[in-house]
Design a protein around this ligand. Structure first.
Ligand SMILES: [Zn+2]
Length: 83
């Protein structure tokens, strides 16, 4: 299975998008999807400083990373439920 963008060995197949991507191109794809969703639904203004509730799992850490990659000054706050 080859990456649809660069032709290198793919690391992930995305059936919903009928594509396969290497790690680098998946990150670009994911960042673009998040950025477009933020713009489409007007979720965060460029002047906002979003606060991400971080559990330590991949979802919240990925969101925090992507928001900062998109140029937003996102901060994180660690929460632990039930501990
Ligand atoms: Zn690639």
């Amino acid at each position: 299975m080859k990456c649809r963008v660069c032709g290198k060995e793919a690391n992930i197949r995305l059936s919903a998008y009928n594509t396969a991507l290497c790690a680098d191109d998946f990150l670009t794809f994911f960042e673009r999807r998040v950025t477009r969703a933020i713009q489409k639904y007007n979720l965060i203004d460029k002047t906002d400083s979003p606060l991400v509730a971080v559990s330590g799992g991949k979802d919240s850490l990925s969101l925090w990373y992507i928001l900062n990659s998109a140029g937003l000054q996102a901060d994180g706050i660690l929460y632990r439920l039930g501990h």
